[in-house]
Write a protein that binds this ligand. Structure first.
Ligand SMILES: *[C@@H]1O[C@H](CO)[C@@H](O)[C@H](O)[C@H]1NC(C)=O
Ligand SMILES: *[C@@H]1O[C@H](CO)[C@@H](O)[C@H](O)[C@H]1NC(C)=O
Length: 187
């Protein structure tokens, strides 16, 4: 029985390998070098500008539940964001990228946002590369730590975490400047 399983396993592997090989065959040097690649650790630091009010909001609410307005934690509200990222806290400081994604209020007891977001970088060697974040932002109780679950470009196969801290928050308008520290492991 065990022999039969082994034979079937080897047979199916044998069938699968050429197919797999066929898929990756025409891939580039990056893939070939991956076998010998050592991981790199990159630390990044920047500021995110989240603007809910005014003429050009960078965060817009796209959905809510019928009970959201009665909820102290806006439970059920969903936002789409395209926030500028800059080098320093001043909105006019050098742009380094955008934070594009989705935030949903998923906490009933306290404000807890489910964040699914791409950081798309636009400067230097990171230009065009992105990091993908999936995690929980406790916006009113910083800092929030959120996992990096992947990336593209120089950040292919990335993992790591980000720490989001509130630099400033206008509770009337909801506009905030958040400080992000990023630790990304990639190849
Ligand atoms: C980033 O890449 C884009 C597209 O390749 C290019 O147009 C742009 O000038 C680059 N920006 C910087 C700051 O290098
Ligand atoms: C906070 O936002 C309100 C409403 O947009 C605005 O009137 C006020 O000037 C802002 N406060 C600060 C310190 O920017």
């Amino acid at each position: 029985m065990a022999k039969l399983v082994l034979v079937i396993l080897l047979f199916s592997l044998g069938m699968a390998m050429p197919l797999l090989h066929g898929i990756v065959e025409d891939d580039d040097e990056w893939f070939q070098n991956l076998h010998y690649a050592k991981h790199k650790v990159t630390r990044l630091h920047f500021y995110l500008h989240d603007t809910l009010s005014g003429k050009n909001p960078s965060s817009v609410q796209v959905a809510q539940a019928s009970s959201t307005k009665k909820s102290s934690t806006i439970f059920g509200a969903v936002f789409i964001v395209d926030d500028p990222l800059t080098e320093s806290p001043e909105p006019t400081s050098r742009p380094v990228g955008r934070a594009q994604g989705l935030e949903g209020s998923a906490g009933q007891q306290e404000l807890g946002l489910l964040v699914a977001m791409n950081f798309v970088f636009t400067t230097g060697k990171f230009n065009g590369s992105s990091l993908t974040i999936l995690g929980r932002n406790t916006a009113l109780h910083p800092p929030s730590e959120m996992p990096i679950i992947g990336g593209t470009g120089v950040f292919r196969l990335a993992r790591g975490f980000v720490i989001a801290n509130t630099h400033s928050l206008n509770v009337t308008s909801g506009n905030g400047i958040l400080e992000y520290s990023v630790v990304a492991i990639h190849y």
